[in-house]
Design a protein around this ligand. Structure first.
Ligand code: SF4
Ligand code: SF4
Length: 405
């Protein structure tokens, strides 16, 4: 049995099967099957740990039905870290019943920056030739492949310098962790992050040697690969001697904050840092005029317990901010969950899309690239013309004095 699963024994034995977690699990709400409940997953992990259940592909399939959204861990009266138990059980399963495809994707490609860049280039070529659309229409590709949309021609790391000076007086030296999704799918978000931080007096350093944060590897059971990535990234930041590290991806931020390899390195959530700087230095900006709502990513609200800073920033920069219903509910993305469980993911997403529509907002802001991808996909499926942006892009717009949304 893996050390991680063994180490959590005390935790899963504390489950009193009260069922409180069932009411908050977005997957159970759709699937309505006891094995899909958080306590069902804890029980499966327990049986796996005691050897009463064999590590099989069926068990793997059951435990893959988790977004790692942490709603259950937050709700559990016994404070059981269900997401950690599921992650440890996945590591055990990956060890005992390895999937060559997952290993290839998460360990051999995603964990190696050059190969990942090559894979992104290949994806762009496939998209340019229309082969992805053909594959989707002939059902040779799973429907989740439509989610990332068209990849931009140039990733952020090829256009943004490694060192970006502060505009005016340098108040802070910040290390920017440029995550894979922002880099390859949303280079405009990276540009806005750098522009806003520079404008607020930060020198922004983007180390070119950075690798993936390790979260996709951890979620897919490749714990050793995740740890190696965290070690390599932490070494880079230690040598840089920056005052703090930030990322515009809520998931990368959690990965950096929680990994033991980052002990001693200060990681600040981006909206908290921006709010602090905006409050302290009161830069001039004009308010966004269109109605705006905000989707709280699970890795921001549940994993980091942060809700006030992103909302307060929007209240400052938007004339008409509207909180949507159940704004902290999961959007159903869960990293790669939507790829494996597309229908379940879309059923979870539909609820979020209905809340956005009901809010009357014309712009949805959020703080996680995979949430942006998921929300855009959901809005397009329903034919709603509502923009989805990262909140740092809105802040940058409000700093501009001519073109306002
Ligand atoms: S809420 Fe916690 S204690 Fe109750 S069933 Fe779920 S995991 Fe077990
Ligand atoms: S982490 Fe989220 S999806 Fe997974 S069991 Fe808990 S509530 Fe359900």
């Amino acid at each position: 049995m893996s050390e991680a699963l063994k180490g959590l024994k005390e935790q899963y034995l504390r489950c009193v099967r009260c069922g409180q977690c069932r009411s908050v699990c977005p997957v159970f709400e759709v699937v309505r099957n006891e094995t899909a409940t958080p306590r069902g997953k804890v029980f499966l992990a327990h049986l796996l740990a005691t050897g009463e259940l064999e590590a099989t592909s069926q068990v793997q399939a059951q435990l893959s039905r988790c977004l790692l959204c942490r709603s259950c861990s937050k709700e559990c009266p016994s404070a059981i870290p269900v997401h950690q138990i599921v992650t440890a059980a996945r590591a055990e399963l990956a060890e005992k019943t390895p999937s060559p495809t997952k290993r290839l994707v998460f360990k051999k490609i995603w964990a190696r920056p050059r190969r990942l860049a090559l894979a992104a280039r290949l994806t762009r070529t496939i998209q340019a030739l229309g082969l992805d659309r053909l594959g989707l229409s002939l059902r040779m590709l799973p429907p989740g492949f439509a989610l990332p949309g068209r990849l931009p021609r140039r990733p952020a790391h090829t256009t943004i310098p490694a060192i970006n000076p502060a505009i005016g007086e340098t108040r802070l030296r910040v290390g920017y962790f440029l995550g894979c999704s922002t880099n390859f799918m949303f280079p405009g978000v990276a540009a806005s992050t750098v522009a806003v931080l520079s404008r607020l007096g930060c020198e922004v350093v983007i180390p070119p040697e950075l690798k993936c944060c390790g979260l996709p590897q951890l979620a897919s059971g490749e714990a050793a690969a995740a740890s190696a990535l965290a070690s390599a990234n932490s070494e880079v930041f230690r040598l840089l001697k920056v005052q703090t590290v930030v990322s515009d991806c809520a998931s990368c931020t959690v990965a950096l904050k929680e990994t033991p390899e980052f002990a001693g390195i200060k990681v600040t959530e981006l909206s908290e840092l921006l709010l602090e700087l905006v409050t302290k230095y009161s830069p001039g900006f004009r308010q966004i005029q269109k109605p705006v709502t905000y989707h709280y990513p699970c890795h921001l609200s549940k994993a980091q317990g942060i809700t006030e800073a992103p909302r307060d920033l929007l209240l400052l920069t938007c004339r008409d901010f509207r909180e949507m219903d159940s704004a902290t509910d999961c959007c159903g993305s869960g990293g790669t969950f939507a790829l494996y469980h597309y229908q379940t993911s879309m059923a979870i997403l539909d609820k979020k899309i209905a809340a956005i529509k009901k809010s009357g907002a014309e712009i949805v802001a959020t703080s996680c690239p995979t949430c942006i991808m998921q929300l855009r996909h959901g809005l397009a499926r329903h034919g709603y013309k509502i923009d989805v942006v990262h909140s740092v892009e809105l802040l940058e717009k409000s700093f501009e004095h001519e073109t306002l949304l």
